[in-house]
Design a protein around this ligand. Structure first.
Ligand SMILES: Nc1ncnc2c1ncn2[C@@H]1O[C@H](COP(=O)(O)OP(=O)(O)OP(=O)(O)O)[C@@H](O)[C@H]1O
Length: 274
C-alpha cells in the first residue's frame, strides 16, 4: 500500500521550542489518523506543514510521493468551524465552487461542467436542498458540510481536518463523522484528523498520533489511549477509563503545554488548559 502522506524523521521547532522531532508517519490510502494533544502541542502546525505553509525544520514530508507544496490538488483541507457572517451574500454553491477554481484564478472548468460538478459535490454531502441559500443563514452543521464538499472538490487523495466537529451538536458531529468515513472508505482518501475529543470519531480511528511537550506516540487507539502510555507522555499520572464505548481521560488537563515568552515550560498555574 503506497502512502498518501509520508513524514520521515520530521521535525518542527520555533527557536528552542521543539514541537515534535523524529516523527515518522506513513498514512495509507483510506486510513484515518487522529491527531490529539493539548493546546499548543503542534497539531495545527502539522497540518500547516502538510499544506505547504510551514517548512519543516528537519526531515521530509511527501504527499502522494511528491514533496509537499502550497495549493497541491492532492490535498483537501477542512478548517476549524467558524460561523460565516449572517449578512454574507455568498451562497452555498458559491462556497463549494471556490473549491473547484478558487485557487486557479477562475481558469477552471467551463461553466456547464462546473455547475454540474458543484451539484454533484453538494449532493455528496447532502446539501442540495440549500444550494442557493446564503451561507450565513445556515446552521453550523450545514456550513461544515459545505466545507467538506469544498475540500473534496479536487478529489484529493489526502484530507486534512482541523477540529471539524468543534461547536457542532451531537447529531451534526455524527453526520460529519459519517461523511468523512464514507469518503475515505469509498474513495480511499487518507485522513489526518485533528481533534481534542476522540470519542465522536473513536469508531473510525485507525491510529492515533498523540503530541505533547515535544514528544509523541503513534499507534492504534488501544496502544496509545492507555493510562500507562499517556502517563509517560504527560510525565504525570493520567488515567484512561473506558466506559460504554467511550474513553475518559482523567488528569491530563492539569498538565497542558504552554510556554512563556522565552519558550520555557510555564509553571502549572500559568498553563492554559484544553
Ligand atoms: N510562526 C510561529 N512562530 C513561533 N511560534 C509559533 C508559530 N506558529 C505556532 N507557534 C507556536 O507553536 C505552538 C503550536 O501551535 P499549534 O497551533 O500548532 O498548536 P495546536 O496543538 O494546534 O494547539 P490548539 O489545540 O490550541 O489549537 C504554539 O505554542 C504556538 O504559539
Amino acid at each position: 500500500m503506497s502512502a498518501v502522506l509520508e513524514l520521515r524523521d520530521a521535525a518542527l521547532s520555533y527557536g528552542r521550542h521543539h514541537l515534535w522531532r523524529g516523527l515518522d508517519l506513513a498514512l495509507g490510502a483510506g486510513e484515518l489518523v487522529a491527531v490529539l494533544g493539548p493546546n499548543g502541542s503542534g497539531k495545527t502546525s502539522l497540518l500547516r506543514v502538510v499544506l505547504g505553509l510551514e517548512p519543516l525544520t528537519g526531515g521530509s514530508a511527501l504527499v502522494a510521493g511528491r514533496p509537499v507544496r502550497r495549493g497541491a490538488p492532492d490535498v483537501g483541507y477542512v478548517p476549524q468551524q467558524r460561523a460565516f457572517d449572517a449578512t454574507s451574500p455568498l451562497r452555498a454553491r458559491d462556497l463549494v465552487g471556490l473549491g473547484i477554481d478558487g485557487h486557479r484564478w477562475g481558469t477552471g472548468l467551463p461553466s456547464r461542467r462546473r455547475r454540474a460538478r458543484v451539484d454533484e459535490l453538494l449532493a455528496s454531502v447532502g446539501a442540495s436542498a440549500y444550494a442557493d441559500v446564503p451561507v450565513g443563514l445556515l446552521s453550523g452543521g450545514e456550513q461544515q458540510r459545505l466545507r467538506i464538499a469544498q475540500a473534496l472538490a479536487d478529489d484529493p487523495r489526502l484530507l486534512l481536518c482541523d477540529e471539524p466537529l468543534l461547536s457542532l451538536d451531537i447529531p451534526a458531529q455524527r453526520a460529519m463523522g459519517a461523511l468523512i468515513d464514507s469518503r475515505r472508505r469509498e474513495a480511499g482518501t487518507g485522513v489526518l484528523f485533528v481533534t481534542h475529543e476522540i470519542n465522536p470519531v473513536l469508531d473510525m480511528v485507525d491510529r492515533v498520533l498523540y503530541l505533547i511537550d515535544g514528544a509523541f506516540r503513534l499507534g492504534t487507539p488501544d496502544e496509545v489511549m492507555t493510562s500507562r502510555t499517556l502517563s509517560e507522555l504527560y510525565r504525570s499520572p493520567v488515567e484512561v477509563v473506558r466506559s460504554g464505548g467511550r474513553l475518559v481521560v482523567l488528569g491530563a488537563h492539569e498538565r497542558s503545554v504552554a510556554y512563556d515568552d522565552h519558550h520555557h515550560l510555564a509553571p502549572p498555574a500559568l498553563r492554559r488548559t484544553s
